[in-house]
Design a protein around this ligand. Structure first.
Ligand SMILES: *Cc1c(COP(=O)(O)O)cnc(C)c1O
Length: 360
């Protein structure tokens, strides 16, 4: 058994090997201080430097405008499902949500606790096999914001172009942040759990425009107020120090290989290899409509559930791990985030050809 295999896990997901090696060292002895990073005060100069560097790099890599705050919070992306409406809605206020899968459904459920929710688009009747294009829906007037999920991790769909909405847009980018250039200035708030494309579980990045910080109703508890975290530089309480540090290492790695434009090319190339293999015949069938296909999570089915089970099992034996699809789609899912190597995709494509020859 080699010490590393190809990990197609949807999240927590594969990270660059050099990042893991550095993180492992830093746990024991950070910058030759004789103290591990996770044993240090978060207010000490070493960790303060980590925080600053990580934010600076993220701002540079995503070209985040100066009128946005970058927050490093806990509670996962799921806490943002509640925090967004808690801060931006209230009695008598409305928001629109595009329903493109499990993660938007979960967000809609939470938002309904805080305001009136409109859902101008849903692809639920076709098991979320697509995202909308501009002509598919219209957002009612009077909305506080339009909410959507840029990449639907479970169903393997992704917005190729973002809604052309003139008001405030809120986006869950948990599974495709930093995978392609995004014009942050078009959004009111972007959030992403780190564990898909940016680092380990435990930290959620929130990028929020300044003017949205002052809308929070009075009765919202301290820890759930964006403004508190913004004013305190994400240090109102102890931040998830280690997770933030690893995000910083991932950002350095990304910067070193050419940043977001370079990784986008790499991601497009990897995904194209896989979709070509799916489209080569009738044996493999993609779940997502071609125009909605995700570059991050490639979902597909085989002719029968028995063949799907055999496929996943045989692939795992070859060191291609984590290909079983989510139970709500069945079939297979290959998650090929930024850090997933092309070599692993090539190996999967080769296995797909062989498996079809034997079973097709
Ligand atoms: C994984 C995921 C979530 C949930 O993230 P948690 O950090 O586990 O709460 C939310 N949205 C999207 C798009 C995801 O992929």
């Amino acid at each position: 058994m080699p010490d590393r295999i190809f990990n197609f896990s949807p999240g927590p997901a594969t990270l660059p090997r050099e990042v893991l090696a550095q993180a492992a060292k830093d746990i024991v002895n950070f910058k030759d201080r004789g103290i591990g990073l996770i044993e240090m005060s978060h207010r000490g100069k070493e960790f303060m430097a980590v925080m600053e560097e990580t934010e600076t790099l993220l701002r540079r890599l995503m070209a985040i405008p100066d009128n946005y705050k970058v927050l490093f919070l806990q509670g996962g992306a799921s806490t943002q499902f509640a925090m967004v409406p808690m801060n931006l809605l209230g009695p008598g206020k409305s928001a629109a949500y595009l329903n493109t899968g499990t993660w938007s459904k979960n967000a809609i459920k939470e938002a309904k606790l805080f305001g009136k929710i409109e859902v101008p688009f849903s692809s639920e009747t076709t098991n979320f096999n697509r995202v909308p294009t501009a002509g598919d829906y219209s957002v009612p007037a009077g909305m506080e914001y339009l909410y959507f999920v840029s990449n639907n991790t479970i169903f393997g769909t992704q917005f190729q172009t973002f809604p052309d909405y003139p008001g405030t847009m809120i986006c869950d980018m948990s599974s495709d942040i930093l995978s392609r250039p995004v014009d942050v200035g078009r959004f009111g708030l972007i959030f992403a759990g780190a564990q898909k494309n940016m680092g380990p579980a435990g930290v959620t990045v929130v990028i929020v425009r300044d003017d949205l910080l002052d809308r929070t109703p009075e009765q919202v508890p301290t820890m759930f107020r964006y403004k508190i975290h913004a004013d305190k530089g994400s240090m109102f309480n102890t931040p998830p120090c280690f997770a933030i540090h690893v995000v910083g290492l991932v950002l350095k790695w990304l910067d070193g290989i050419g940043g977001v434009p370079a990784i986008e090319k790499f991601n497009r190339d990897k995904a194209a290899l896989l979709y070509e293999a799916i489209d080569a015949g009738d044996f493999y069938r993609g779940h997502a409509e071609p125009a909605s296909r995700s570059l991050m999570n490639v979902t597909f089915n085989l002719p029968t559930p028995e063949l799907e089970a055999a496929f996943v099992k045989e692939a795992a034996a070859l060191g291609l791990d984590g290909l079983k699809g989510h139970r709500s789609v069945g079939g297979c899912r290959a998650s090929i985030y930024n850090a997933f190597p092309r070599e692993g995709v090539e190996k999967l494509v080769e296995f797909m050809r062989q498996f079809e020859k034997r079973n097709g």
